[in-house]
Write a new protein. Sequence first.
Length: 255
Amino acid sequence: MKINFFKKSIIYSLVVLSVVPMYSQAVSIQGGLNQPLLLQGSNIAATYYGEKFVFEYSHGTNLNFGANGGLGLSKDEKEQDLSVFAPYSTGLGIGYLITKNLDIRLEIKENLYRVKSNDSLDEIAAYQLAGIRSDLPITGNGLENWLPPIRNTDPIELTIQKAVFAELSGAKYVAPNSTLRYRTRSVGLGLYYRYFPLGGDEGLMLEPSIRYWPNVWDDAPEKVAFENKFGVLGVHKAHDVGLFANVSVGYYKKL
């Protein structure tokens, strides 16, 4: 029986919990601020600090990358007017302590995404009746390459034609009101610094970090086509978190 990524992460964490305490200098539990403040979600992480090495497990839930004006969306995703939602983002990390409060980590993450167009079938049909939805097989983002319709076609029939064109072009067509689901896995680096605002070297902790998590695997179709209200087919690639910064708040306890 194959063990999925999440179960492997749990097993890894249990091994760390059973072995690392013999060598630990400290432990901490913390939550990121970006997730609730910018993405309307949540995140929690637990970290062991040894003499030279760091072990970490984190789990994020209900991350809405389109919140707050689409701060978490790529340029193409914004122009395509897509909704990108992650029910979970989970993974682990192992790092090296450069100084007592500064470390660099190798991090492995798995993300589940649900992506859909913000333009519903009814809205697209309304735009077609208003003479805005193009009936030509064009691709682009937003109004890019848009051409006015040249004939009167039934909205459902035109949707089928768009789907056929996308499939013949090698892209999976995602119909309005439908959701595309896929997973990604990333392997990247994170630089973490710990600061104790109340003084001392334990207790309340602020942990700013900068991370680079590029995708190394995904199970999304290579090309996915979402149609917007202008009748333009935007090609979506698997969401990639890439480079970002965060600040976590937590409690640090020396052992």
